[in-house]
Design a protein around this ligand. Structure first.
Ligand SMILES: Cc1cc2nc3c(=O)[nH]c(=O)nc-3n(C[C@H](O)[C@H](O)[C@H](O)COP(=O)(O)OP(=O)(O)OC[C@H]3O[C@@H](n4cnc5c(N)ncnc54)[C@H](O)[C@@H]3O)c2cc1C
Length: 367
């Protein structure tokens, strides 16, 4: 069996790694370099709880993936030699208004009813946990089980692990056509070669809808631009990830790495395939950072970048086999949660390719 994977982001490389591990011949085709797009740009929050507004299929998928992360990170370190810096230090949803406090209490209720840990902290308790929080913070919902990894390390580790397990990762190859005959895929045409394939995995992220000749699917995938800013505080100032609504009304987050780097994100801009980093976005990210943590005023500005989230129209990823075309499998549309969802996506995509029974309920995600 020969499987062709289109795209060497975290979805393509994780799937290729897992397929190669079980002896499947797999070729990954990447237009640029592994991890060149969203997968290296992400903040890396494993926000299974914070990213969900209500119980439902996406929450369950996110929880299943979060549970896989510790073992996945360990296995990946052994396979690639790269540590992806998994930190499980929790996340604080910060409140700056009475309305937000009421909302967080509601969130705590449904999370607790689902059996998840979520604890309300008043202002003093929040500050006891994170002394650098500013006076604007009136309280916080602590989600102790949401964590983080470092996406650029993850992208590198997965590409290395895939290659070492025997997958072929071809860079600088743009897929121009997915060939379908008699209701099943039989190969792909790149700008350089024809590759015959028994199965094709679509892991092209925000560019999924640009892969020519792809059959219609449940939802369109559109790029949603996000800009990020990286600061460095020297000594570590924060431990938990912070998320909340800035007084200007927009939502953002602050992700502290263990070595004193602090990532501030992120904008959400529907502006097509445009990755410019703008002065206005940087001004907003800085004002969010200083409102929540005033001491960040002394931090060094280290870097800034942006990426394109693969956003589906209904907010759910496309996972599994296409209903009408045999051998065509989707692993795309993970929007804001692709880093979190990497381990579970690799699992369900491998099962779909090999025709194995899925342990998870995936109906809502079928392409
Ligand atoms: C600013 C920002 C912050 C984020 N923060 C988080 C976070 O905190 N937590 C989280 O879980 N997720 C986060 N995400 C989301 C996460 O980054 C994505 O969901 C995930 O990386 C998607 O992975 P992918 O492999 O599908 O896509 P990508 O990494 O974009 O990979 C797709 C690859 O396909 C290639 N490709 C496309 N078309 C073709 C073609 N025709 N032929 C060959 N190759 C092709 C591209 O070059 C690209 O390398 C964030 C994203 C952004 C942009």
């Amino acid at each position: 069996m020969h499987v062709v994977v289109i795209g060497a982001g975290v979805m393509g490389c994780a799937t290729a790694w897992r397929l190669a591990q079980v002896g499947v011949r797999v070729t990954v085709l990447e237009r640029a370099l592994p991890g060149a797009e969203a997968s290296s740009a992400a903040a890396g929050i494993l926000g299974a709880q914070t990213e969900n507004d209500a119980p439902g299929p996406l929450l369950e998928l996110c929880l299943a993936s979060r549970a896989l992360w510790p073992q996945f990170a360990d296995e990946l370190r052994v396979a690639s030699g790269v540590d992806v810096h998994l930190l499980q230090l929790g996340l604080l949803e910060l409140c700056t208004t009475p309305e937000e406090i009421a909302l967080r209490h509601q969130r705590a209720q449904w999370m607790t009813a689902r059996g998840l840990r979520a604890q309300w902290l008043d202002a003093d308790a929040a500050r006891a946990l994170e002394p650098a929080l500013g006076p604007a913070v009136l309280g916080a919902l602590l989600l102790p089980d949401d964590g983080q990894v470092e996406p650029p390390l993850l992208a590198r580790a997965l590409a290395l692990a895939a290659g070492r397990a025997g997958a072929e990762v071809l860079t600088g190859q743009t897929v121009q056509r997915v060939a379908v005959a008699d209701g099943r895929v039989n190969g792909v045409q790149t700008d350089q070669a024809w590759l015959a394939a028994d199965a094709v995995v679509i892991a092209a992220g925000a560019w999924t809808d640009l892969v020519p000749d792809l059959v219609p699917r449940r939802t369109a995938i559109r790029p949603l631009h996000g800009q990020l800013l990286l600061l460095h505080t020297g000594e570590r100032l924060l431990h938990a990830t912070l998320a909340g609504r800035h007084s200007g009304g927009r939502h953002g987050y602050i992700v502290p790495r263990a070595d004193g780097r602090v990532l501030v994100g992120a904008t959400t801009e529907a502006i097509g395939f445009d990755k410019r980093v703008t002065a206005g976005a940087m001004a907003w990210l800085l004002s969010l950072a200083l409102e929540f943590v005033p001491q960040l005023a002394d931090a060094r500005v280290v870097d800034q970048w942006s990426g394109l989230r693969p956003q589906s129209a209904d907010g759910l990823p496309l996972l599994g086999p296409h209903r009408a075309v045999e051998g065509l499998i989707f692993a795309s549309g993970h929007h804001r949660n692709g880093i979190l969802l990497t381990p579970v996506t690799a699992e369900v995509t491998v099962n779909a390719v090999l025709g194995l029974r899925q342990r998870l309920e995936l109906t809502a995600f079928l392409p």
